[in-house]
Design a protein around this ligand. Structure first.
Ligand code: ATP
Length: 266
């Protein structure tokens, strides 16, 4: 359902010059699967997810969603993907129902199909008790449900959750994880990005650990534990990150030595 091969995205900023925010990333995600992207701030998770949802174009590599390449058929990709972030910005005067309906119209859904879809979604996400509450009067949990509903209104086979539990209290976060599990049961293809280890441990079928634009390792939790001979996932995660950082430092030292050697011989 999702295929990503050698995906790279370069940015340029004042401090770092040209750098790879995403550096040769490859993974696949199937239907009925929750794939976790786990990494610290700045690892490159959001950049990968924005490329998948066609908001950003990659510098190189391939990203394919439900059979469509993000660069060649972005409109087809957008029809098949929903994006949920922690940004729950709402229109204060629109009710929950009106907001989700509005997004359905943006997707060009016919009126009768949309009305039926809204009924299904509001029941599935247990939103009927606040369908007439305006954005300005919603709790954070209500807003998060509206965000999920508007990402799902066109019934996409692929759903992306980018740090979606950030800022939610434990009850709301727990409820969101259970909604995601239900979506897996419906056969959806799901990517869940987070920096919270316990969330991927509890939720994800496979996990990719990202750091400084690269996937350091990926697999089921069990496979990762066996490969690294480490039962404690937190230890495993930090071990991988520090090995990678050490490797980076050694590479920089080596390049500096080479430069000096070259300079001396010139
Ligand atoms: N438009 C941009 N221009 C320059 N650098 C950027 C831009 N957007 C992101 N970056 C940098 O790219 C790197 C990856 O950022 P990204 O947002 O993808 O990471 P992330 O894993 O999602 O982290 P976070 O959880 O903090 O959002 C970071 O170093 C970030 O500062």
């Amino acid at each position: 359902m999702i295929q990503v091969q050698h995906l790279t995205k370069h940015y340029e900023d004042l401090h770092r010059g040209l750098f790879a925010a995403v550096d040769g990333v490859s993974f696949t995600v199937g239907s009925g699967e929750i794939f976790g992207l786990l990494g610290p701030n700045g690892a490159g998770k959001t950049t990968v997810l924005r490329i998948l949802s066609t908001v950003l174009t990659p510098t190189s590599g391939i990203a394919n969603v439900a059979g469509y390449d993000v660069g060649i058929d972005p409109a087809e990709v957008r029809r098949r993907i929903g994006f949920v972030s922690n940004n729950t910005a709402m229109y204060d005067r629109m009710t929950a129902w009106e907001m989700v309906e509005y997004f359905g119209r943006l997707h060009g859904m016919p009126r009768d199909v949309l009305a039926e879809r809204l009924e299904t979604l509001f029941s599935q996400l247990r939103m009927n008790d606040f369908r007439d509450v305006p954005g300005g009067k919603m709790s954070t949990g209500m807003k998060q449900k509206v965000s999920i509903a508007r990402a799902m209104v066109h019934d996409p086979p692929v759903l992306v959750f980018d740090e979606a539990t950030l800022g939610l209290d434990v009850m709301v976060a727990r409820n969101l994880l259970s909604v995601i599990r239900d979506l897996r049961e419906c056969g959806k293809c799901l990517i869940f990005s987070t920096h919270i280890m316990s969330e991927v441990e509890r939720l994800c079928d496979r996990i990719a650990i990202m750091h400084r634009g690269k996937i350091l390792d990926s697999g089921t939790l069990e496979a990762l534990r066996q490969r690294h001979g480490q039962e404690d996932f937190e230890e495993l995660f930090f071990g991988l990150l520090s090995d990678h950082e050490r490797g980076d430092c050694e590479r920089v030292d080596c390049e500096r030595d080479n430069d000096q050697t070259c300079g001396a011989s010139a």
